[in-house]
Design a protein around this ligand. Structure first.
Ligand code: NPQ
Ligand code: MG
Length: 368
């Protein structure tokens, strides 16, 4: 396709409840939304999953907006014709920024697929029409509040619970949730909050039949995770550390992880996600789709990915209502613990423009 223009927009959506993790408490979601238009008028949408602040990863909204305008879009405009499959290579000279690159690649892929009248799910090789939903539960103000929140998600039908943990909020909340719901699939996510010598402490989670413990140590500490995996019976699952296919290969070779969380933004897009998925299928490593508090735009694309055959664990692919009172697209509503995979062309959803405009903080158009 020939790219005509990009529209770059930042929006702000309040969260239905504060979301506390080891890196802080979020009360709203700022999102950089990308719209691309090609010479035939095909439009593509994507969201950059970077947060407002560089707390989960080094990327952040204002930084990525600058990077995209200053370097990435000009690099794309140098090509008169481009396909989504070329984007990673064209942007590779500019280092890092997988979330910014993923947003551009996904918007272009959406426009391309709409032009070809093909859904993202079929393009990726999805084999499921609906996916099992898990939910990520923030660090709560009290055990009572935690039990109430987890109970509400179990009542809503979620098929897997993930508790955010940090030192001081780990063994006890897990013990009580496990005691209250003896059979619910349960896992924890530390977002790098522990140290190499916390192995004995984290081994105290072993009796609670957890599916996995996600990213206990620093994202760069692959060897530390390998050491921890020898001390702790609960399977280790890397999130922040898996920034590419190569990183996944290294972590598996070093036996630092036995489960992988794929987030398309973190690995530079859906095409790299498919490569990691394929590696994991070949190695018999279970995969699940992570979440970054996406609006319906990113949620739709994640559902297409999670419908691939290697995604054998429920993901953080929650309903829109887990995070937002009103979503920017038709809301994703859970039915019996599942979300339907969109079947329309491209990502299969479109933003409601009136609402999008209402929550827009900034908007600019970049033309060739
Ligand atoms: C994780 N997500 O798996 C992330 C981290 C995370 C669903 O637990 C604003 C934007 C707040 C992105 C909080 C879940 C966020 C965010 C947490 C991502 O590690
Ligand atoms: Mg995580």
């Amino acid at each position: 396709m020939k790219i005509q223009e990009f529209e770059l927009r930042t929006i702000l959506l309040p969260l239905v409840r504060p979301f506390r993790t080891s890196f802080g408490t979020q009360t709203s979601r700022e999102v950089l939304v990308v719209k691309v238009t090609d010479e035939n008028g095909n439009v593509g949408w994507a969201e950059d999953v970077a947060m407002s602040e560089p707390l989960y990863s080094p990327e952040y909204v204002a930084g990525n907006l600058d990077l995209i305008k200053r370097f990435l879009i000009p690099a794309l405009f140098e090509r008169s014709e481009i396909r989504a499959e070329d984007i990673a290579e064209v942007l590779a000279p500019y280092l890092g920024a997988p979330m910014a690159k993923a947003a551009l690649e996904t918007a272009i892929l959406d426009a391309q697929l709409r032009g070809e009248k093909k859904s993202l799910a079929s393009y990726l090789g999805a084999t499921k029409s609906k996916v099992e939903c898990g939910v990520s539960v923030g660090i709560a103000p009290s055990i009572d509040a935690l039990l109430e929140e987890v109970g509400s998600y179990i009542d809503a039908g979620y098929r897997r619970i993930k508790l955010k943990i940090e030192p001081g909020w780990d063994i006890e909340p897990v013990r009580i949730v496990r005691e209250t719901w003896p059979t619910i699939p349960l896992q924890v996510d530390a977002n790098q909050a522990y140290a190499r010598n916390d192995g004995d402490h984290l081994a105290k989670l072993d009796p609670y039949n957890l599916l996995l413990i996600e990213q206990p140590l620093d994202e760069h500490d692959i060897l530390g995770h390998a050491g921890l995996a020898k001390k702790v019976k609960t399977p280790i699952c890397l999130d922040e550390s898996i920034v590419s296919l190569r990183a996944a290969e290294d972590a598996l070779a070093l036996e630092a992880t036995t489960v992988i969380n794929i987030k398309p933004g973190r690995v530079g897009g859906y095409l790299e996600s498919v490569r990691i998925h394929d590696l994991c299928v070949e190695r018999k490593i279970p995969v699940w789709c992570g979440g970054m508090l996406e609006t319906g735009i990113g949620r739709a694309a994640n559902l297409a990915l999670a419908a691939m055959p290697g995604f054998t664990l429920p993901g953080d692919t929650s309903a829109s209502s887990r995070y937002f009172k009103v979503d920017v697209t038709d809301p994703f509503v859970m039915d019996d613990g599942y979300l339907d995979v969109p079947t329309g062309y491209g990502i299969g959803v479109e933003p409601h423009m009136d609402f999008l405009e209402e929550i827009t903080k900034s908007k600019e158009i970049v033309t060739r």
